[in-house]
Design a protein around this ligand. Structure first.
Ligand code: VGL
Ligand code: ZN
Length: 209
């Protein structure tokens, strides 16, 4: 595969989303060697980092009597409540130590505004604020975006959908992502949604072999 004008996008490969983290994605650690191998093939690599203040509105503990998994309204949108995760300055917000940060051109942080959640690396969930990632990629002449990371049914999905909507040819590397699966087929549904929107599903072997 020709990787000219291509970026590898690594979404939220942070301790809290990995086994033993507070919002653990089962088998999430299995994608790390795949991403490390993929990194050797790309000249242009960008990571995103979920980076919440302690008073973030997506945390169940910040809503009296509520538990993770319950729904509320946040920024006029339905919002699922999460355990405390990826708090700014905490170990859980750090990238996994086995993930090699070689050639990372930039890290885009998201979820810093307590009033709104931000699954996508490009915009908050209400699409009121832009992280700058889209303009950054465009200014660098990037046309193809290869998405990897966690979680397939949340931040990876919304990042890939926004990438398509901004006009990037967008690939999801299916063995370099894993789903949280709050409901057991959420990951599969997310794949269908991405495919329908124009995301191209590939396996890492298409790039590595
Ligand atoms: C994510 C839930 C809450 C993710 C972030 O990175 O997929 N999921 N915050
Ligand atoms: Zn979050």
């Amino acid at each position: 595969m020709n990787l000219k004008n291509s970026a590898l996008l690594i979404v939220d490969v942070q301790n809290d989303f990995l086994p033993e983290g507070s919002l653990a994605v089962r088998h999430g650690d299995e994608i790390i060697p795949v991403i490390n191998a993929l990194q050797e093939k790309f000249n242009f690599i960008v990571a995103t980092q979920d980076f919440h203040p302690t008073d973030h509105g997506s945390f169940a503990v910040n809503h009296e009597g509520k538990s993770p998994g319950e729904m509320i309204v946040l920024a006029d949108l339905p919002q699922i409540l999460w355990p405390v995760h990826c708090v700014q300055g905490s170990e859980g917000a750090e990238f996994h130590e086995e993930l090699n940060p070689i050639r990372w051109t930039a890290i885009f942080q998201k979820g810093k505004n307590p009033e709104v959640d931000s699954y996508s690396g490009f915009f908050d969930n209400a699409r009121r604020e832009d992280t700058g990632l889209g303009d950054f990629l465009q200014n660098e002449g990037i046309m193809n975006v290869f998405v990897t990371g966690l979680a397939q049914d949340y931040c990876v999905k919304f990042t890939a959908l926004d990438s398509v909507s901004l006009g990037f040819k967008t690939y999801l590397i299916s063995d370099a992502t894993k789903a949280v699966n709050l409901a057991k087929d959420d990951g599969d549904k997310a794949l269908e949604e991405m495919k329908k929107a124009g995301v191209i599903l590939i396996e890492s072997s298409a790039i590595l072999d």
